[in-house]
Design a protein around this ligand. Structure first.
Ligand code: RUB
Length: 411
């Protein structure tokens, strides 16, 4: 039986014809053997030679290992290995992030990055609104968007949720949203919540303040577009979807359905199951790239180390993947969230810049002056960061910010 080598070390990468993946590998094998095992399993091979593989199939569809540097390998998959069906993330993921994770010969393998040739990016439409579209809706061209997550995560009635949103807007916040575990529970039915929140937002608008609230429509795949259509009819101006639990196809279905006319806020709950281990799993970067391809308008990228959730060494790349101009799509609004309070706002803008949405749940609802006070303190912290004034300085004549800094400190 003819044997085939997947090693093409030294040959140049070809991002115009191949999907190029970077994997971090931990193994007792040589890196060459480990890399070949991945390339074979994910394209034309398996654990043994097979009589049904011929030279034509191998030459046109076999993956190529083009780089090994330390524990990082580069594997290129020919564009022909992927569906010609319009933009299929499930099939893409089964190639670049499928069986390889279970290979017994590898102690760990982590997909760190991926880039796609034009034949694949052209199958996707990207965001309908994106970062600029969100800014336009809110009439806020330059300052960071500043928002809240209604807290507690679960428990408030529709009326109490609307009251929270109204108070947050009165304090100057531009965004609010449902938390990831709230969808349609008996204590807060989604129809009643959407209507009550829409009324609160209308009142704010009449008072001269523009604000949007993302209603969480995360549900089973065959119902999500219908639920999004319903919440739009009930008055939602933004929807939220949990991309990992619902799937990339859910984001894509919402973004590409012509009946959905509002921006999509993408939460990433559960991502830590595969992003947290530095030696195994999938980094946030490929997830961010796929969310942008599928049409998310805003995406959680973490606080780059400032807040309550763990941050990876490469999280800065997620920001670039949201905002970069190397793909043919609108930009995605990066959302910095998780343990945010006014005292770390300037730390966040220092790491992420001004084209971000900064949002705080506990950092608003935990303020000693309640939600209005918390919202004012967050707005003041963002104003200070935007103006380049240290928060402590700005707090001298901004009472709510002073109280927040006294309570939570500052970085
Ligand atoms: C925010 C919160 C969000 C996290 C998710 O609440 O819990 O769900 O932002 O994490 P709080 P990430 O402001 O009280 O911490 O944004 O990293 O995906």
């Amino acid at each position: 039986m003819e044997s085939y080598s997947y090693l093409h070390l030294g040959e140049p990468e070809d991002p115009s014809e191949y999907v190029v993946c970077k994997y971090r590998v931990t193994t007792d094998l040589t890196m060459e053997k480990a890399a070949e095992a991945i390339a074979a399993e994910q394209s034309t091979g398996t654990w043994t030679g097979i009589s049904t593989l011929d030279r034509d199939i191998f030459d046109s569809l076999g993956a190529r290992v083009t780089g090994i540097e330390g524990d990082m390998i580069t594997v290129e998959y020919p564009a022909e290995d992927f569906s010609i069906e319009v933009g299929s993330v499930p099939q893409i993921l089964s190639v670049i992030a499928g069986n390889l994770f279970g290979l017994g010969a590898l102690k760990g393998v982590r997909l760190e990055d991926v880039s796609f040739p034009k034949s694949i990016t052209s199958q996707f439409k990207g965001p309908k609104f994106g970062a600029d579209g969100l800014r336009e809706i809110l009439g806020r061209p330059e300052k960071p968007l500043v928002g809240t997550i209604v807290k507690p995560k679960i428990g408030l009635s529709p009326e109490k949720t609307a009251e929270y949103v109204y108070e947050a807007g009165s304090g100057g916040l531009t965004n609010s949203k449902d938390d990831e575990t709230l969808v349609d529970q008996p204590f807060c039915p989604i129809d009643e919540r959407t209507v009550a929140v829409a009324e609160a937002l209308d009142t704010l608008e009449e008072e001269g303040h523009l604000m949007v609230h993302a209603i969480n429509v995360s549900t089973r795949g065959d119902r999500i577009v219908e639920l999004a259509e319903q919440v739009q009819e009930w008055g939602a101006k933004q929807i939220m979807v949990d991309v990992i639990t619902c799937g990339f196809g859910a984001v894509q279905a919402l973004a590409e359905d012509p009946s959905i006319k509002v921006p999509i806020h993408v939460h990433r709950t559960m991502h830590g199951a595969f992003t947290k281990d530095p030696l195994h799993g999938i980094a946030m970067l490929p997830i961010t790239k796929l969310v942008r391809m599928c049409g998310g308008d805003a995406l959680h990228i973490g606080t780059l180390g400032a807040g309550k959730m763990s941050a990876g060494a490469h999280d800065g790349g997620n920001l670039a993947a949201c905002l970069g101009d190397d793909v043919p799509y609108k930009t995605v609004m990066p959302v910095c969230s998780g343990g945010v309070h006014p005292g770390i706002v300037s730390d966040i803008t220092g790491r992420a810049g001004m084209n971000v949405q900064i949002q705080a749940g506990g950092g608003v609802a935990g303020h000693p002056d309640g939600v209005v006070g918390g919202a004012k303190a967050m707005s003041q912290a963002v104003d200070a960061a935007f103006l380049g004034i240290p928060a402590e300085e700005y707090a001298k004549d901004h009472e709510e910010l002073a109280k927040a800094l006294a309570m939570w400190g500052s970085k």
